[in-house]
Design a protein around this ligand. Structure first.
Ligand code: UD1
Ligand code: CA
Length: 453
């Protein structure tokens, strides 16, 4: 039977105490709901329906995905009521897999195991045994061990509350049966909500096949109800990713102090020191070394690149054997060629710096193209902004720029030129020559400092 996925994501998330809808809170740098959608997609479903409500259109707007049917639940009257809203949209003859938008780490294998159990139709439940079942719906089984119903905690007797097998909220149900049963659910219970979980008791009574599958580990089905649980799942996710990367041959000096908020592709013998945060899509070539306390977002680092401590690198490409840092900021649209050295307190923005050039100390290079084997002295500034527009600086191969030089863009420095320290360059500089812009140094023999009368 073809599978359709319904994701329930309309709830408020009261315990987050947030203006942001719960499913938009981030885990590993992206919304909780995006993790659930990504898992759903792996099942190649006939359709993905997301029920949203609290937070209004901010939820669908955060995704803009063409393959999702968004169904608004105006008032959040319970999970059964949320499922009811999907009826006009669901394809007949499919098996519906109902997921929660706030359970981000469920494994695809577990979902496949659940779906396999309902291959012939009926209703399937994913349950889990918890040492502390507080807050969850409890699974009530009959004398021969079959599931007979789910009882929500608010409605459970003290004896039922002792049951440790709980409902994960993940359910598989035939579209045919949901259509039949959802309109019949009532809200006659302690919370006055329409419970999706009541379906089980109805199904058993009307002779539908009901099966339960147990999740292998409780963390994968853990929901996010408050910020502590969110932080807990974040750490769990990070440890899992760290373990996976180490398994692929990456050295992490401390897997507990590593954060991946996106996708990391690595070559061989990559070394990552503590407190490194990687965001977006990061590619690290063979032998790349990242020092402690670095932040990289959407960056491609070639073979043997070394990033020393405390660097920020965003949307940049750094070619083989370049060295960056410590304390360097590389801003978007930067390309550093092979063997380039960028040192401390240097900011590079939207610039290309070619092979073997060096900017080692205290400089700002923005909107510039720098050739090969150029040496930029300490304290050099490309003055790229006139208060209204940005202008380009071109520095050709083999240029030497003395310390504390300002290059007033637009300006071009010809190949092999030398600029003496302390220059303010306002016109193009010819190739191969020495250019100075200084008032000549003077001394006044016999001059005395004034003294107080
Ligand atoms: C639900 C289950 C409970 C299970 C637990 C697992 C019911 C009645 N109870 O309880 O058996 O142990 O999940 O975490 O289903 N939602 C909507 N619209 C609504 C209400 C909820 O879309 O009107 C969404 C929420 O956004 C959330 C999911 O449904 O993603 C679960 O709702 P929640 O209120 O968290 O249910 P629980 O009380 O945790
Ligand atoms: Ca919940």
């Amino acid at each position: 039977m073809a599978v359709s996925v319904i994701i329930l994501a309309a709830g408020q998330g009261t315990r987050m105490h947030s203006t942001l809808p719960k499913v938009l809170h981030q885990l590993a740098g992206r919304p909780l709901l995006s993790h659930v959608i990504a898992t759903a997609r792996q099942l190649n479903p006939a359709q993905i329906i997301v029920v949203y409500g609290h937070g209004g259109e901010t939820v669908p707007e955060a995704f803009r995905a063409a393959d999702i049917t968004w169904v608004r639940q105006e008032l959040q009257l319970g999970t059964g009521h949320a499922a009811l809203q999907t009826l006009p949209y669901i394809k007949p003859d499919t098996m519906l897999l109902i997921l929660s938008g706030d359970v981000p780490l469920v494994k695809i294998e577990t979902l496949k195991r659940l779906l396999a159990m309902v291959d012939q139709g009926g209703v399937g439940l994913l349950t889990v045994e918890l040492a502390n079942p507080n807050g969850y719906g409890r699974i009530i089984r009959d004398r021969v061990g079959g599931v007979s119903k789910i009882i929500e905690e608010a409605d459970a007797s003290p004896e039922q509350r002792r049951i440790r097998e709980v409902n994960t909220g993940i359910t598989a149900i035939e579209a045919r049966y949901l259509k039949q049963i959802a309109p019949k659910l009532s809200n006659n219970n302690a919370q006055g909500e329409y419970y999706l979980t009541d379906i089980i008791e109805h199904a058993v009574a009307s002779g539908e096949k009901v099966v339960a599958v147990s999740a292998a580990d409780s963390i994968e089905v853990m929901g996010v109800n408050d910020r502590q649980q969110l932080a807990y799942l974040e750490r769990f996710y990070q440890k899992r990713e760290a373990a996976r990367l180490m398994g692929e041959g990456v050295s992490l000096s401390d897997p507990d102090r590593f954060d991946l908020r996106g996708e990391l592709l690595v070559g061989k013998d990559v070394y990552i020191d503590i407190n490194v945060i990687l965001e977006g899509r990061v590619i690290l070539g063979d032998g790349v070394k990242i020092g402690p306390h670095c932040y990289l977002r959407n960056a491609v680092l070639g073979e043997g690149v070394k990033v020393l401590a405390n660097c920020v690198i965003e949307e940049a490409t750094i070619d083989a054997c370049a060295r960056v840092g410590p304390f360097t900021r590389i801003r978007p649209e930067t390309r550093l060629g092979e063997g380039v050295h960028i040192g401390n307190f240097v900011e590079i923005k939207k610039s290309t710096i070619n092979k073997n050039s060096k900017v080692n100390h205290l400089s700002y290079i923005g909107d510039a193209t720098i050739g090969k084997k150029v040496n930029i002295g300490a304290g050099t500034i490309t003055c790229n902004y006139d208060g209204a527009n940005k202008h380009h600086t071109l520095i050709e191969d083999n240029v030497f720029i003395g310390s504390d030089t300002q290059l007033i863009a637009p300006v071009k420095i010809g190949a092999g030129a030398t600029i003496g320290a302390g220059a303010t360059i306002t016109h193009d500089v010819p190739p191969g020559e020495l250019t100075l812009s200084r008032t000549p140094q003077k001394s006044w023999p016999g001059w005395k400092r004034p003294s107080k009368k």
